[in-house]
Write a protein that binds this ligand. Structure first.
Ligand SMILES: CC(C)(COP(=O)(O)OP(=O)(O)OC[C@H]1O[C@@H](n2cnc3c(N)ncnc32)[C@H](O)[C@@H]1OP(=O)(O)O)[C@@H](O)C(=O)NCCC(=O)NCCS
Length: 148
């Protein structure tokens, strides 16, 4: 396995920066990785995360992330595919790359989230073998409607 294939999270960000991407741009199974830096809305602090991406020509057509919570739980994070590239197996390929990495790196449980109405992601998660565990229900009302 190449050095890059075992990198994850902040370790991945550090090696990528040290080598200007020579180690870390090409990850597992040939998946390409970019570093995304976002600014915290409240903290104003930058956070950099490695994200898998796929290109068509010069355009980025898909992104897919994976993260580890402070308690060690690994999450198969948000995957987004540009509309004109959907239903060509791009999301499935990106998610399979993440799951292959997790398996090879001793992760024994992985969680992902989606919502009712997102039939595409639900179908894909089911195809990949995810099983439903916790269901969260969000209710919302304006304060005027509530009997206080
Ligand atoms: C969900 C999303 C990432 C799927 O990307 P994609 O590249 O089109 O997915 P794939 O081509 O890999 O699809 C693999 C399988 O998933 C299922 N699937 C994907 N989109 C579907 C849809 N709109 N309706 C039903 N099933 C769908 C199918 O089983 C599909 O296999 P098939 O094409 O052989 O039938 C894409 O629609 C997207 O970017 N949506 C907006 C962002 C989003 O909702 N992300 C997830 C948040 S939880």
């Amino acid at each position: 396995m190449s050095e890059a294939a075992s990198l994850y999270g902040q370790e991945h960000v550090q090696r990528y920066r040290e080598t200007n991407g020579a180690v870390g741009h090409i990850w597992r199974n040939g998946a390409k990785v970019l570093l995304l830096t976002t600014m915290g809305r409240k903290t104003g602090k930058p956070t950099t995360t490695p994200l898998i991406y796929e290109q068509a020509g010069d355009d980025v057509v898909a992104l897919s992330g994976m993260c580890r919570a402070p308690d060690g739980a690994v999450e198969d994070g948000l995957t987004v595919v540009r509309r004109d590239w959907r239903r060509r197996g791009v999301a499935e390929a990106l998610k399979r790359a993440k799951l292959a990495w997790a398996t090879a790196n001793g992760v024994d449980r992985i969680t992902t989230w989606t919502q009712r109405g997102n039939d595409g992601m639900r179908a894909l998660n089911e195809r990949l073998g995810y099983e439903y565990r916790s269901v969260s229900i969000t209710v919302r009302a304006s304060l005027e409607q509530l009997r206080l």
